[in-house]
Design a protein around this ligand. Structure first.
Ligand code: SF4
Ligand code: SF4
Length: 177
């Protein structure tokens, strides 16, 4: 979850959305990602709102903080929880709708971000359940499950035409010595 959440954008509120209570892991509750929190009242809110864990209090998804993102990105309907992270964007998709990120306007936006971000060593990743997918300008690289400590590495190559090609691979953490 975010370390220092950006402020909620004017006119935005969670309303009927509770999707982050399903798709994100909550360490304090030992709740895995992809399953509803036992305290969630889907579509209505949190049964322990006043005493919810710190990570829940601090979390603001991308839609909540970005006036520039259209209403289409409202997580309850898009089925995508966007997270702005230090090195780019992670779109966490409800595994009950695993292809939600491929629909318009989401896929086109993810591709546009990818083309722009890669020039600044930033990444656009999609997470669906245990899978991590790197969205690249010319392909989507399904890197499978990421073990703890694993990272996504983006490499470049030059096509015969001179065009820059991006390829992604998973770098697993080194085993402890
Ligand atoms: S996903 Fe975003 S809008 Fe939905 S409940 Fe979480 S923070 Fe609120
Ligand atoms: S404690 Fe409340 S806010 Fe936190 S994940 Fe569970 S239902 Fe959501």
């Amino acid at each position: 979850m975010n370390d220092s959440p950006a402020p909620v954008a004017a006119g935005r509120s969670c309303g009927t959305c509770t999707l982050c209570c399903k798709v994100l892991a909550i360490e304090e509750l030992s709740k895995a990602h992809g399953v509803w929190c036992p305290h969630a009242k889907p579509g209505r809110g949190c049964a322990i709102y006043e005493t919810r864990p710190g990570s829940c209090r601090e979390f603001h998804c991308g839609w909540l903080v970005s006036e520039g993102l259209s209403e289409a990105w409202f997580p309850a309907s898009s089925k995508i929880v966007l997270m702005y992270v230090e090195n780019g964007v992670v779109a966490v998709v409800d595994a009950g709708r695993p292809d939600a990120w491929k629909a318009a306007p989401f896929y086109q936006q993810l591709k546009a971000w990818s083309a722009a971000f890669l020039q600044h060593d930033r990444q656009v990743l999609v997470r669906v359940g245990d899978r991590t997918i790197a969205v690249l300008p010319d392909e989507d690289a399904d890197l499978g499950p990421m073990a703890p400590g694993a990272r996504v590495i983006i490499e470049t190559a030059r096509a015969p035409t001179g065009k820059t090609l991006y390829r992604a691979r998973r770098a697993d953490a080194s085993p402890a010595q």
